[in-house]
Design a protein around this ligand. Sequence first.
Ligand SMILES: Cc1ncc(COP(=O)(O)O)c(C=O)c1O
Length: 410
Amino acid sequence: MKTEGQSTAKALQQAWQTGLLDRTNDTAALFVDWDVLDHRLNFLREEWPQLEHAVAIKSQPHAGVLRYLVQQGFGLEAASLEEVKRGLEAGCAPHKIVFDSPVKTREELNWLQQNTPGLLVNANALEELPRHPQKPNYRLGLRINPEVHTGSPALFHVSSNASKFGISLTQRAQILDALRTYPISGLHLHSGSQITDLPAQIKAIRLVLELAQEANAERQQLGLALLDWIDIGGGLPASPWDGMRRYADEFFQNTTPVERAQFAWHTEFGQWVHAHAGWTVSRLEYVLPRTDAASVAYLHVGADLFLRDAYTAPRPFPLVPLNADGTPNANTQLQPYDIAGPLCFAGDYVARKAQLPELHEGDWLVLLETGANAYGLWSRHCSRTIPAVLGHRPSTGEVQKLSDRTDVNF
Ligand SMILES: Cc1ncc(COP(=O)(O)O)c(C=O)c1O
């Protein structure tokens, strides 16, 4: 299920008519598509029965979205103590929050000890373990790096032997020793984002599972409590949307019911949940012709919202041109446009040579599939205001404001 271009036009016009957006001052706005989000959440529930899903906060940290996820029964994955607190504020019970950070301070761990009984905390390094209390009120996990390349692009690949995340599986003896010494109850892996090699990911999961089984065989003899949870992280790309079905099928085919029953299983998906469930709209402030090259259309969002895209490689966001009155631009004669952002540096482009109908100053451009790793990466460069965020449910036509346009707070 995807957001239809037609429905974005309706939502924008409705937001103007009802005063949720000011046509002059709201030069850009972000929308959450609740129908698409529901579709993704239902898919997770159905394809991964009995697993606990903690959706990665970093991929879409808006308070309104976090509250919605919690109301739907989902947990949250936090990459910082600040995100843990955002999760709690959204109403998430501590036992449904997973805390992963490579730089946990002693003060943060003290705070967790006092305030969040039952929370899952994944230690990132053997060196982190002595910082944890001997009797944690939270559940302590250990992040393992199985050193299996699951096809993530270099920027998101965290499973090489040079990774800053987790303890390499090649340190098996030290890991088993740490499991005997510290109050660890679970194991964690997260291979990277944009995983393309599912069999490799399954291999990584099996390596961690077999490590847990080996540790448990020993723990049983020693009379120690068994490891009882495994957190397989996130990392699936948003497209193709049913890649999640193949991942779940592979997981269930390559683990036995007995193995699955030995542990509580957790996931931490981010962009697969959110990417297609959000879209952005901006007014075209200028459309400038260029000789012998694509014309340039200037948006009110660019590298400030699509930070990774501007500084690495832009994601191919589908573009929907709207007329100045918010109706779809139905012109079928296309020409190339470079889509520029508003920041004062040369690299601020969202797309190059996009084929679009003739555009004019005052038209609007919708960028679909911008629900993940955009709002949460907002950059202060050039101090521009953060656009208003709205929710839209195309199936009922409902549109509501989730947050106002806000100044950045230096
Ligand atoms: C530990 C951890 N879990 C989950 C995620 C979410 O990954 P994705 O958005 O690719 O599903 C990330 C992303 O950086 C991560 O670092």
